[in-house]
Ligand binder design. Structure first.
Ligand code: SF4
Length: 346
């Protein structure tokens, strides 16, 4: 059990760990169920609001435990309702977690970070500029959901691992967090998306581990030469190997994959690129999310015109009907794809 300055951190504990904690402090077992509910299902800001716990028990909890170890250092709400939280862990390191909601849909989607910084080095991504700082633990990942739920008083319904870091380079802690999300928060595996830039061996590993998760792949280029220019990971795990691993995922799970493709003006957005992408994906079952490039500091890339985006989409539609241009969520608060950099926004 994780302790911070002798205080037990409750976030991330499984039901049986909460039971152990409760009996360890001399409380009856039924308290475990109550505490588990408050922690994961009935989001409240602090122990004071856990109204069916006795006053004495609440005081005892305040003396020996904390709900989470991290705190919010900045919260910004975008025009479209997207909320960008900047969270700080006890070692002073910070990451973003983003809450997205969509009109007409009750779903609340949390975009989680799995690492502080990232070693992968994609040229269009603000996180890459921080370089890799450290992995997050499963508990620290869960704390991002607890932060959102305590702050909004609402339950998160969907998870996307698309925040800072490459989830499959922090495989053990990410998969441990997924298990907690599924068993303790009871969010179904089919509501959890793991997004990877293409860490091929761990795509096989994840497929063997769980056949229900949604797999999203950041492709961003339709051929080896271009991809290695904008995504250094291509040097280690080239496209042909990546495509083989995706075929394995589709064959094993019977499910579609999601292809993420950031459109960058004059780099990967021509009709020829779209045609090449169709050919590359011929044998796969897929949806494509087109993401018009979101501006980041110190990067010369630009977003293509709406005409170019539409032309690209039309060509893709000749091969598949499931093409979406991702709604631009949170770009006014630097919470959109590729913009997360762990910084206070002024
Ligand atoms: S896009 Fe993802 S994998 Fe690439 S540098 Fe950014 S965080 Fe890392």
């Amino acid at each position: 059990m994780q302790k911070i300055s002798s205080m037990t951190v409750l976030a991330g504990l499984t039901y049986s760990e909460i039971e152990k904690f409760i009996t360890g402090i001399g409380e009856p077992e039924f308290r475990a169920k109550q505490l588990h509910q408050w922690l994961y299902k009935k989001p409240v800001a602090d122990f004071e609001h856990m109204t069916d716990l006795s006053k004495n028990f609440r005081q005892k909890l305040k003396d020996i435990a904390v709900i989470q170890s991290s705190k919010i250092v900045q919260k910004l709400t975008g025009k479209d309702g997207t909320i960008r939280y900047l969270i700080e862990y006890p070692d002073g390191k910070r990451v973003e977690t983003v809450l997205m909601s969509y009109d007409n849909r009750p779903n609340l989607t949390a975009c989680l970070s799995t690492q502080i910084g990232c070693a992968v080095g994609c040229t269009f991504c603000a996180t890459a500029r921080q370089k890799f700082i450290r992995n997050l633990t499963a508990r620290e990942i869960i704390e991002q959901i607890i932060t959102i739920q305590r702050d909004t008083g609402k339950m998160v319904t969907n998870i996307v691992f698309m925040g800072q870091g490459e989830p499959l380079l922090n495989y053990d802690e990410t998969t441990k967090a997924i298990k907690i999300i599924n068993t303790e928060l009871e969010i179904g595996m089919r509501r959890i998306t793991v997004s990877t830039c293409g860490i091929v061996p761990n795509i096989y590993k994840l497929t063997e581990l769980n056949r229900q998760l949604i797999l999203a792949v950041s492709l961003h280029a339709p051929n080896h030469e271009l991809r290695r220019k904008i995504m250094p990971v291509e040097n280690k795990y080239p496209l042909d190997e990546l495509i083989e691993s995706l075929k394995f995922f589709i064959k094993t799970t019977g499910r579609r994959i999601t292809i993420e493709y950031t459109l960058i003006d004059g780099i990967n957005d021509t009709p020829a690129h779209a045609g090449e992408l169709n050919n590359l994906l011929t044998d796969l079952k897929y949806n494509i999310n087109l993401i018009p490039f979101n501006a980041i500091e110190g990067c010369d890339f630009k977003r293509p015109s709406i005409q170019k985006i539409n032309r690209f989409k039309e060509i893709l539609e000749q091969a598949s009907k499931k093409i979406t241009v991702r709604l631009e969520k949170g770009s006014d608060v630097s919470a959109a794809c590729g913009q997360l950099a762990g910084k206070i926004i002024n």
